[in-house]
Design a binder for this molecule. Structure first.
Ligand SMILES: Nc1ncnc2c1ncn2[C@@H]1O[C@H](COP(=O)(O)OP(=O)(O)OP(=O)(O)O)[C@@H](O)[C@H]1O
Ligand SMILES: [Mg+2]
Length: 278
């Protein structure tokens, strides 16, 4: 059964159409990428799926059932977990306490099952932030805070994880380890829907990718399909007659310099990159 189906969703904010008849899906046991330039509507889609934003039109189905009108907390209980692009940890609590709160709410429901400290520490260990367990959440590096959000999300044992730019702030080695963690989570049968600008990560871990541009899905397919799509290149770079190697190289250069691909709109960069490749 398809885990998540977003069906013809429209979101309008006054005169702005943030999501425009978008349809896409995510499967269990797989990593699905949701990519697109800044302002394409990715976070708004996550808000619609998690219940924070009511769509103007369209439907969301989770494990075969319509959830379009279901409140946020019930979606969370049904197994939809998410992290936030703008981090939402409790700053004055420690890293361990942040995860503990999520764990308590989930496992301690109705006071029947009490979470154990070992379970919380196992989650910190799993995402690789044990060294920060006693630090205040507002004092840790951004990349670590994103892992904290992931640990908190995992404390609720979700069927579907919505990860909004989870690897931003991570260096290359951290991003490789993070990719492996995502694959392990998918191997457990969880579905992952990930918004991410790090194309190396997206292309190396995703089974399927959907590309949003101005709120519409302009391409869906495997990483190879997406890489080869003229329409996708046009959306990111402003025009299409670039070769794939140049796009990849730009992504690599951009990642190394901390610049996102969609910030690299200066077409003069492309000949320079091509020259670098030659
Ligand atoms: N609450 C809101 N009110 C008005 N406009 C909004 C609101 N939220 C988002 N928008 C607009 O909707 C569009 C899509 O925004 P969204 O945050 O979903 O994009 P995004 O793809 O996540 O971008 P980014 O990569 O920069 O995070 C943008 O034009 C944004 O300005
Ligand atoms: Mg966003």
């Amino acid at each position: 059964m398809t885990l998540l189906e977003v069906d013809n969703v429209v979101v309008r904010f006054g005169g702005v159409t943030a999501v425009n008849e978008a349809s896409f899906s995510a499967e269990p046991g797989a990593i699905t990428g949701l990519i697109g330039p800044n302002g394409a509507g990715k976070t708004t889609c996550f808000n619609v799926i998690s219940g924070l934003q009511k769509p103007t039109k369209g439907k969301v189905r989770f494990r075969g059932k319509a959830i379009t009108s279901m409140p946020v907390h019930r979606r969370a209980r049904k197994g939809i977990g998410r992290t936030f692009q703008r981090l939402e940890a409790f700053g004055s609590l420690s890293v361990r306490e942040n995860v503990r709160v999520a764990y308590d709410i989930h496992r301690g429901f109705a006071g029947i099952i009490k979470p154990g400290a070992a379970d919380v520490d196992a989650l910190l260990e799993r995402v690789g932030i044990t060294a920060y367990a006693d630090e205040r959440a507002d004092s840790i590096p951004t990349g670590t805070a994103r892992l904290l959000e992931l640990a908190r999300c995992l404390a609720c044992d979700p069927h579907l994880l919505l990860l909004d730019e989870p690897s931003s702030g991570q260096d290359e080695a951290e991003s490789v380890a993070f990719g492996q963690l995502l694959k392990d989570l998918a191997d457990e049968g969880r579905g992952i829907l990930m918004v991410e600008h790090d194309m190396d990560l997206v292309m190396s871990v995703c089974d399927q990718i959907h590309v949003l541009d101005f709120g519409s899905v302009i391409a869906s397919g495997t990483p190879a399909d997406i890489r080869a799509s003229d329409r996708v290149q046009r959306a990111y770079l402003g025009y299409s007659d670039v070769d794939t190697d140049a796009v990849e190289a730009m992504t690599a250069v951009g990642s190394a310099a901390g610049v996102r691909l969609d910030d690299t709109t200066d077409t003069a960069v492309i000949p320079a990159v091509k020259e670098g490749l030659a």
